[in-house]
Every structure is written in structure tokens, then in C-alpha cells.
Write a protein that binds this ligand. Structure first.
Ligand SMILES: [Zn+2]
Length: 255
């Protein structure tokens, strides 16, 4: 327990007036602010809400796509039937014209034509029946699509509002971040290089906090209490000496 927590190396000393350590604490506070702002930016409630709404919209869009595909298949069938009906109608019309104009035709030819006309008429009725079925099957799909859109519309509006709120919140944080980063750069320039290097090494290892305050007898880096002897020792260090918390290893600055 001698001087384990004390670094008397001149290169990382405080410089004698305590100012370097104050600058270091200012730097730590700004780094903490930057981390908190980044954390807030990553966890904005608007983003969470938007993710939820977008997931619902994606599910609806997939149902819409499915219904639209079913409707398209029925529309294609209907079109195909209409084309077949048109061909039959034309063929029957031509036959009927020939029959009416066929004064010189034999009875057998007329009979054959009449049979075909009847056959075409039956076939057309069949196809018309199928077309009707296809059209009727489209009605519930139209209703389904309308219902899906009815559910999607308020969600789309909600997503739009959330997107705008999210952008505004992000901008606000980005402004604060830019300001904090600028102040951080200025604060870092005031800390001597060796001390700054040591701080950065500790910060990288200790969840973003490389320097902590000794408040009464507790370290605000690890929130543990130091023994009264250790507190006494640190508080009586000459101004040029830098102490570290014996529990978490952070640079400890008495305040
Ligand atoms: Zn500590």
C-alpha cells in the first residue's frame, strides 16, 4: 500500500498547479456528454415507435401484394375468356350470315352450319358463366384490399409524423453533439500529451471514463468508497502528483 496509486513520473504529472487535472476533468465531462448524446441518439423513442409502425406496414404491404396478385390472376383469366367469347361471337356471326345468304346451299350444309351455331352458342354460354364466376371472385378481393388500405392509411400517417419527429430529435442531438465535440477538441488541447494519452488508454479500457472525481471518500468512476487512510494520502499529495483509484484504476482528482 505504499505509492501504488500514485504516479510521480514527471511526464504525466499535473504540472504543479492543479490546472491540468481541472482541464482533464473538463475533458472527461465533455466526453461523457458526447457518449450520453450518442446513446440518446441511438435510443430515441421515436425510432422505436417508427420501427414498430414500419413493421406493421410491411406486414400489410405483404397482404396487399398477395391480394393484388390474386386479383391480377382473376383479371387475366377474365381477359382470356373475353377474347375466347369474342372469337366465338365473330365465328357465329359469320356462320349466321352465310346461313341467311345461303339460298343455294344444300340442306346438309345448312344443317351442319346450324349445328355449329348451336354448339358455339352453348360454348359461349359456358365461357360467359366462367367469366361471371371470375368477376364475382374479384369482389371479395376488392373488399379485402379496401380494408387493408383502411388499416394502412392511419399507420402511414403515423409513420410520417414519427419520421418528422425523429428527424427533428436527431437534428437537435446532432447540433448538441457538434457543439460538445468542438468543446471537447478545445479541452483536449489544454491537457498535456502524456496525461491525455494515459487518460485515453484508461478511457478505452474503462467504459469511457478515464478520470474520476474523489468526492468525500468515494470515487465517482467506480462508485466505491476508499479507505480513510487512502483518502487522506491522496488529499495530501503535492500538487504535481497524480493519483489513481486503487479500485478501478482511473485517474482520481480530489474535489
Ligand atoms: Zn474508482
Amino acid at each position: 500500500m505504499s505509492d501504488g496509486g500514485v504516479v510521480s513520473d514527471e511526464a504525466v504529472s499535473d504540472g504543479g498547479d492543479g490546472g491540468d487535472l481541472e482541464h482533464l476533468l473538463a475533458l472527461q465531462d465533455l466526453d461523457t456528454s458526447v457518449t450520453q448524446l450518442q446513446h440518446r441518439r441511438d435510443g430515441l423513442p421515436e425510432a422505436l415507435g417508427l420501427t414498430g409502425v414500419e413493421a406493421q406496414l410491411r406486414a400489410l404491404a405483404s397482404e396487399q401484394a398477395d391480394a393484388t396478385a390474386r386479383r391480377a390472376a382473376l383479371t387475366a383469366t377474365q381477359k382470356e375468356l373475353e377474347e375466347q367469347i369474342a372469337v366465338i361471337t365473330e365465328r357465329r356471326g359469320a356462320l349466321e350470315q352465310r346461313m341467311y345468304a345461303a339460298t343455294g346451299s344444300s340442306g346438309r350444309d345448312l344443317q351442319a352450319m346450324s349445328d355449329e351455331v348451336r354448339h358455339l352458342t352453348d360454348r359461349r354460354s359456358e365461357l360467359e358463366e366462367q367469366e361471371l364466376v371470375s368477376m364475382m371472385e374479384q369482389d371479395p378481393i376488392e373488399a379485402e384490399l379496401a380494408a387493408l388500405q383502411e388499416r394502412a392509411t392511419p399507420l402511414e400517417q403515423e409513420a410520417q409524423v414519427l419520421r418528422a419527429q425523429l428527424t427533428a430529435a436527431q437534428h437537435e442531438i446532432d447540433d448538441a453533439l457538434a457543439e460538445a465535440i468542438e468543446a471537447r477538441t478545445a479541452a483536449a488541447a489544454r491537457v498535456p500529451t502524456a496525461l491525455a494519452d494515459r487518460y485515453e488508454t484508461l478511457r478505452a479500457r474503462l467504459k469511457g471514463t478515464g478520470a474520476a472525481r474523489l468526492i468525500k471518500s468515494h470515487c465517482d468512476g467506480c462508485h466505491l468508497e476508499l479507505s480513510s487512510a487512502e483518502v487522506e494520502r491522496i488529499r495530501s499529495l503535492p500538487p504535481g502528483e497524480i493519483a489513481t483509484c486503487e479500485q478501478c484504476g482511473r485517474i482520481l482528482v480530489p474535489v
